[in-house]
Design a protein around this ligand. Structure first.
Ligand SMILES: [Ca+2]
Length: 199
């Protein structure tokens, strides 16, 4: 019984999607974790840029893997989603400067999980990175796009920052014709501290 009572809050914390951006579709492929929401797009195949563009169109970017814990989370999530593919795009690339790996957010690369021998010997033409499911989640550099007779369309994982929602009662100053006495509004607070008033 004690185990049961301890387990419930842990499950709720992991699966709580209430702070995920409201435009994202709620289903088993959207998972909240460690301040972010991850969308596992395993039913489509795009090249790296189109995959990142898809994430950006919804306010995110291809996933940033910041630690071995993140890498394990992504792999265990793919497993729980019964992923049938072999590779997924992550956000790392060295398209701008060969050998200088970057995340879409511009944040420092503090963790990598390259497979032995990677980045590979075709480094100049392989500028984008996949996580290989059959290789225990190790990373390999692949060509970012299709050329000649080669195709590099794969599933991908998008990452979105969680929004922090607080109920707040405020009195606003509006022209008389628009002014309610008091309004109750929802305020989305971003981690950086800026606020967007809704309602
Ligand atoms: Ca490269």
């Amino acid at each position: 019984m004690i185990f049961f009572m301890l387990l419930i809050p842990a499950i709720l914390a992991q699966d709580d999607l209430s702070n995920c951006p409201s435009n994202l579709i709620r289903n088993s492929a959207l998972i909240a974790h460690n301040g972010n929401c991850y969308e596992f797009v395993t039913n489509h195949n795009f090249d790296w840029q189109h995959a990142n563009d898809d994430c950006a169109s919804k306010g995110g970017h291809l996933v940033v893997v910041r630690s071995s814990t993140d890498n394990l989370f992504l792999m265990s999530s793919l497993r729980s989603l019964n992923f049938q593919g072999d590779v997924v795009w992550i956000g790392l690339s060295d398209q701008k400067v060969e050998g200088t790996w970057e995340w879409p957010t511009g944040e420092p690369v503090t963790y990598t999980n390259w497979a032995p021998g990677q980045p590979g010997y075709l480094a100049i033409t392989e500028d984008c990175v996949i996580m290989k499911y059959s290789d225990g989640g190790h990373w390999h550099d692949y060509s970012c796009f299709n050329f000649l007779f080669t195709h590099h369309n794969y599933p991908w994982i998008c990452e979105y920052k969680q929004e922090h929602f607080q109920q707040k009662t405020t009195t606003t100053t509006l022209p008389d014709r628009e002014r309610p006495a008091t309004t109750e509004e929802g305020v989305y607070l971003t981690p950086g501290g800026s606020a967007t008033i809704i309602g």
